[in-house]
Write a protein that binds this ligand. Structure first.
Ligand code: GDP
Ligand code: GDP
Length: 454
């Protein structure tokens, strides 16, 4: 039954992660000068300024966060995609093709004062094959006299042409209502603030000093008195005050009631660790500074990273560390902690109390990173520069293209790259490393997912 509860929790987490990735994407396509950028600006309410096109300079932002009627979606301006096709018609058709594959819905913008051109018709032909919703915006309808021009656009075969004036904002609300209606239902807001104290798991191999640290942090009597959320017989969590903030140390019951059965003790210890990590937001991984990093330590760390929790590394028993040990550690940790170069390290002694007050600031940093979201516009501005400088490696004779990215989720921060080809793990790690160099995220794992549309 403990296993069943654990499985249910993992499933719930995975479902939540899936939902985060489902933030709907709307791609805006159309010929140059029909007013796509103006319309994108209008939809964004100018919260994220669109960089104006300068001839010969690549538009460096392609995707943005948009909100309407309490719904969030990603707005993609395909003008920044630079298709390889030569000729305007082929270029716009290629854009439409990519938009169709990448987005959940496509908005074709046409200049109603000009009417449907051959290029508009070519694009419409591409879009009519789409199984996804396509909306037709008849732009530059600045006043009622132009409504007749709008009706003429029915000939494109994309359903009702929706009159709008991107410049003056006329009917843009109606267009947005239609967009929201066409998009797949928006996911819940990912990981919004949870009520109450932040949840901390104190984990590490047996005898590393977990009980000692908990008692040191909480004070012996308090850790019992403040036990919460369980029955009076078997309290589960402890409330601990650190650095002026109350924290909930989860699943601490097992720390006080030591499981001493020789049989299966390790199994229960590992199960307890998993349960604690899953119920927490951030983990303090205790390591024994006086001993070499062990297999067991790495197993615990892996659990934390795979669960996507923020993390602080606490090297306990620092009072036993001498000069020689310190030198040995440097090399050892470089090798042992390659998976978590982003985790903050604190050297403590639960026995003497040395530096234990440094834990709270590190916990706060880690949680701040875990909660952090980079706006889509800013993310793509950075990403397009990075990719221009270091494109993904060619694979099977094909150059995969990264079209745009969003940070689809927080807790943990999760990037989704929308691409036209597979991105190797090495390149995804490169992106993660550069992302951290640019935006921080100390103390939190960062996930880089790829949505391939071919
Ligand atoms: P894009 O190349 O499709 O992104 O087009 P832009 O957004 O750069 O717009 C091209 C030109 O059309 C600009 O001079 C805009 O000011 C103008 N424009 C855009 N929307 C409207 C509109 O609703 N009415 C009028 N009259 N002009 C517009
Ligand atoms: P747990 O199994 O992880 O809960 O570990 P305990 O808290 O029971 O500690 C295991 C042993 O390590 C005990 O004998 C502690 O007194 C000792 N210990 C814990 N922290 C320290 C420390 O910072 N320095 C030293 N020298 N010993 C420690």
């Amino acid at each position: 039954s403990e296993f069943a509860a654990l499985d249910a929790r993992i499933e719930a987490d995975e479902a939540a992660a899936e939902a985060d990735l489902a933030q709907p994407v709307l791609a805006v396509v159309g010929r140059p000068n029909v007013g796509k950028s103006t319309l994108v600006n209008r939809i964004l309410g100018r919260r994220e300024a669109v960089v104006q096109d300068v001839p010969g300079v690549t538009r460096d932002r392609v995707a943005y966060d948009a909100y309407w009627s309490g719904r969030r979606f990603t707005l993609v301006d395909t003008g920044g995609w630079e298709p390889d096709a030569t000729g305007l018609q082929a270029a716009v058709a290629t854009q439409a093709e990519l938009a169709m594959q990448t987005a959940d819905a496509v908005l074709l913008v046409v200049d109603a004062t000009i009417g449907a051109t051959a290029t508009d018709e070519a694009v419409a032909r591409v879009l009519r094959r789409s199984k996804k919703p396509v909306l037709l915006a008849a732009n530059k309808v600045d006043d009622d006299r132009l409504l007749a021009d709008t009706a003429a656009l029915w000939t494109l075969g994309l359903g009702e042409p929706r009159p709008v004036s991107a410049l003056h904002g006329r009917s843009s609300g109606d267009l947005l209502d239609a967009i929201i209606a066409a998009l797949p239902s928006a996911p819940r807001e990912a990981g919004e603030a949870t009520a109450g104290p932040r949840r901390v798991a104190l984990v590490g191999k047996p005898n590393v000093g977990k009980s000692s640290l908990l008692n040191r942090l909480a004070g012996e009597p308090r850790s019992v008195v403040d036990a919460v959320a369980g029955t009076t017989v078997d309290p589960v969590d402890s409330l601990v005050e650190l650095d002026g903030q109350t924290w909930r140390f989860v699943d601490t019951a097992g720390l006080r009631k030591r499981v001493n059965s020789a049989n299966g003790a390790e199994y229960y210890a590992s199960l307890r660790t998993k349960t604690a990590i899953d119920s927490a937001e951030v983990a303090i991984v205790l390591l024994d500074a006086a001993e070499p990093l062990s297999e067991q330590d790495l197993r615990v760390l892996t659990m934390v990273v795979e669960a996507g929790r923020a993390c602080v590394l606490a090297f306990n028993k620092w009072d036993l560390v001498d000069e020689d040990r310190r030198h040995a550690m440097v090399r050892e940790l470089d090798r042992g902690l390659v998976r978590v170069p982003w985790a903050e390290k604190v050297n403590i002694s639960a026995l003497t109390g040395r530096s234990v007050r440094k834990l709270a600031p590190s916990l706060r940093t880690a949680l701040k990173s875990w909660d952090q979201r980079v706006p889509t516009g800013q993310l793509n501005g950075w990403l397009s520069e990075l990719i221009a400088a270091t494109p993904p490696p060619v694979r099977g004779g094909k150059q995969p293209k990264v079209l745009f990215a969003t940070q689809a989720g927080i807790r943990p921060p999760t990037l989704v790259l929308f691409t036209t080809g597979f991105l190797e793990a090495g390149y995804r790690r490169f992106i993660e490393r550069k992302f951290r160099e640019r935006f921080g995220f100390e103390g939190s794992p960062v996930r880089v997912n790829v949505r391939v549309r071919e």
